[in-house]
Design a protein around this ligand. Structure first.
Ligand SMILES: *Cc1c(COP(=O)(O)O)cnc(C)c1O
Length: 419
């Protein structure tokens, strides 16, 4: 099936007389007749649901749908995108290990890597994703266990050269983990370009309606764990009666371990009700992405011509430094997110946002509703203009997430607010 059909049908196939719509299995637990049957589940000898932290029919259907969309062998839903990134890294790195990450990543992921993983003894080296091969090679050490990047970075909208980073990671026999949140599998499937693991914040376009927090990790099944240094995957797990994940689960070893070990111990699971909402969003994801991209392209081209606008950052615009990468990896569009800078700095940015009528000020992106955020007066408020510059943010920068309304209404609101 094509992506559009997978969004509607993958993950749930009702039999005779069963609900047409994915049911919400609102239950923490599941019934069995004998202790022997439950014992098999606890030994991971047979698949089956026994406790919703480790698996639930509604959550399982969404995991199967997202795995099918990305072209992976399995997926694990989490309570948020942050939990997905955390588990994705902790599944291959422990205290003393090291990760190479691109620098232009989501602020929350940056804090997770720079502050919290550091406290756990995992160090992260941040690299400029446009650096030379030699500079990137220098970032690796003998304890490097993963490379991390974002297909489209939030909020700077840099396009990642996925093939280049996959080749780099594989030369060092480590997996390449890609945060594909803004692109979604509708616009880009990182596994087709060599990525090994994909993570998403499903809170963004996958849900799309700003209803439900969530995250997901998808395993391509392509990475050869025994060729690298991953004893936790290739040697007996004492917390599972000496089970060896690569032997018991083959290509799905990584995602099986993430669930059996880390979800068991950390408990950041998605709820059945939450998974139902995400599934509802997934059903229309291709339609919405098409509209988000089309509207954003019109808005970006309009902003470029507006005299109050100093610069526009949208990778599909002619002359954008990563236009060629965008054409290669995201030929159908680069999502609805645009950042642009107003002449007149911090005050102009705040005045513009306060004057908007239909477009709302929200700490969110990738919503059906067009929304804006002014970093200099909100998320980066405490920084001086000089510090903002170091963070790659101008005082007049606005992050605009173009929704699915009629584009004429979006342009009319922008026009009246720009004055
Ligand atoms: C929002 C976001 C996250 C974090 O996801 P939450 O669901 O908010 O925890 C991670 N990566 C990217 C690219 C994001 O936009």
């Amino acid at each position: 099936m094509q992506k559009e059909s997978l969004c509607v049908h993958a993950g749930y196939a009702p039999g005779n007389g069963e609900p047409r719509v994915l049911p919400i299995a609102q239950s923490t637990t599941f019934k069995y007749a004998t202790t022997a049957e439950v014992a098999k589940l606890f030994d991971l000898a047979e698949p089956g649901f026994f406790y919703t932290r480790l698996g639930n029919p509604t959550v399982d259907a969404v995991e199967k749908k997202i795995a099918a969309l990305e072209g992976g062998v399995g997926a694990l839903c989490t309570s948020s995108g942050q939990a997905a990134s955390m588990i994705a890294v902790l599944n291959v790195a422990s205290s003393g290990d090291h990760v190479v990450s691109t620098a232009s990543i989501y602020g929350g992921t940056f804090n997770l890597f720079a502050v919290t993983l550091k406290k756990l003894g995992i160090t992260v080296t941040f690299v400029d994703q446009n650096a030379t091969d030699a500079a990137l090679e220098n970032a690796f050490c003998s304890r490097t266990r993963a490379v991390f990047g974002e297909t489209l970075s939030n909020p700077s909208m840099d396009v990642l050269d996925i093939e280049r980073f996959a080749a780099l990671a594989h030369r060092h026999r480590v997996p390449f983990i890609v945060d594909n949140t803004f692109a979604t599998p509708i616009l880009c499937r990182p596994f087709e370009f060599g990525a090994d693991i994909v993570v998403h914040s499903t809170t963004k376009y996958m849900d799309g309606h700003a209803l439900q927090m969530g995250g997901v990790i998808v395993d391509s099944g392509n990475f050869d764990w025994s060729a690298g240094d991953y004893p936790e995957l290739t040697e007996p797990d004492p917390s599972y009666h000496g089970l060896v994940y690569t032997q018991a689960f083959g290509k799905a070893a990584y995602i099986a371990k993430a669930r059996a070990q880390l979800m068991r111990d950390m408990g950041c699971c998605q709820s059945p009700q939450g998974a139902f909402y995400i599934n509802q969003g997934l059903e229309t994801l291709p339609l919405r992405m098409e509209r988000h991209c089309r509207n954003a392209e019109i808005v970006a081209a309009w902003l470029v011509r507006h005299p109050a606008v100093e610069s526009v950052n949208y990778p599909r615009l002619p002359g954008h430094p990563q236009k060629a990468l965008a054409d290669k990896y995201l030929p159908h569009g680069t999502s609805g997110v645009i950042s642009f800078s107003l002449r007149g700095g911090r005050d102009a940015g705040a005045r513009f946002i306060d004057a908007l009528k239909m477009i709302s000020l929200q700490v969110h992106v990738a919503d059906i509703r067009t929304c804006v955020l002014h970093p200099a007066s909100s998320t980066h408020r405490q920084l001086t203009d000089e510090q903002l510059h170091e963070a790659g943010i101008t005082p007049g920068m606005v992050r605009l997430s173009v929704g699915v309304e009629h584009v004429d209404d979006i342009l009319a609101d922008l026009e009246q607010a720009l004055g």
